[in-house]
Design a protein around this ligand. Structure first.
Ligand SMILES: Nc1ncnc2c1ncn2[C@@H]1O[C@H](COP(=O)(O)OP(=O)(O)O)[C@@H](O)[C@H]1O
Ligand SMILES: [Mg+2]
Length: 253
């Protein structure tokens, strides 16, 4: 397969006595769309939290393109190219769509007051570029006309797309999507699907937590089935979706 972008080796995490990541080994490759499937409480979001730096693992190694991540804070991992969306959207409702996209990256040069004073022109140039990048993402989503609309005034599906748009502000190699389709239907669904496919074609390594089986069947190139912090099965999407363990534990039959 193509090059490994993200690699987890023997990653463990416990909350009190409960093991939520149990010796997880996982490789994610450029262009891959891995479906991460499992019942509620399986530890899927926790795994994203461990990769993006919300949580630190008790044991194990997490590497992005060979660079060890697990001791780095979240903002540095984001700078190195771990982008993610959140299962429960973290948007600022009273701010505009465009403002929500621009508050994401914490490393604009303008964040340092001294730099702002002494390097005003380069700060303005960086901000102009970020704004242009944000608008180009909104254009891809056919949402350009909503740039100045408050997030409270757009539909739920559009809000999910803005969660995705924020993640796309980073051009990094790795994209983690936590239930991007939850509650999304109609044209927003089609847009989300198209964007995920385009990002993988552009070479991003994507891991997506999703309960929507047709979305997984349509898009994913590999799948992992997780239960109680353990990876029970992994491999080809259709084989995995037809597996007995998944049918019993996930669909309750
Ligand atoms: N910060 C935390 N502190 C304690 N327990 C947590 C924390 N985050 C998640 N958990 C627990 O870890 C388990 C896995 O949760 P989660 O990763 O959210 O599951 P999933 O995303 O697969 O539904 C659950 O039992 C949850 O209650
Ligand atoms: Mg979750």
């Amino acid at each position: 397969m193509t090059k490994t972008v993200l690699s987890l080796k023997n990653v463990c995490k416990r909350f009190g006595g409960v093991v939520v990541a149990d010796h997880i080994d996982l490789d994610l490759h450029a262009g891959e769309i891995m479906g991460l499937i499992g019942p509620n409480g399986a530890g899927k979001t926790t795994l994203f939290n461990l990769i993006s730096g919300v949580l630190k693992p008790d044991e194990g190694e997490i590497a992005l393109q060979g660079r060890v991540l697990q001791s780095l804070p979240m903002y540095q991992r984001s700078r190195l190219g771990v982008a993610r969306t959140w299962q429960h959207m973290r948007l600022f409702g009273s701010m505009s769509v465009l403002e929500n996209m621009l508050v994401g990256p914490s490393h604009y040069p303008g964040e340092s007051l001294l730099r702002l004073i002494f390097a005003g022109a380069s700060v303005r140039e960086a901000e102009r570029q970020a704004r242009e990048h944000a608008m180009s993402i909104l254009r891809r989503m056919n949402m350009e006309q909503l740039a100045n609309t408050s997030v409270n005034d757009i539909t739920f599906g559009q809000q999910k797309l803005i969660g995705m748009a924020r993640a796309l502000m980073s051009n990094g190699p790795c994209l983690l999507l936590d239930e991007p389709m939850g509650g999304v239907e109609g044209s927003a669904y089609e847009t989300m699907r198209a964007i995920v496919r385009e990002e993988s074609q552009a070479g991003r390594a994507i891991c997506v937590v999703e309960h929507n089986v047709s979305f997984i069947r349509d898009l994913c190139t590999s799948a992992v089935f997780m239960v109680q912090g353990c990876i029970l099965e992994r491999g080809d999407v259709s084989t995995l979706l037809e597996s007995k363990a998944l049918a019993e534990l996930y669909f309750g039959k």
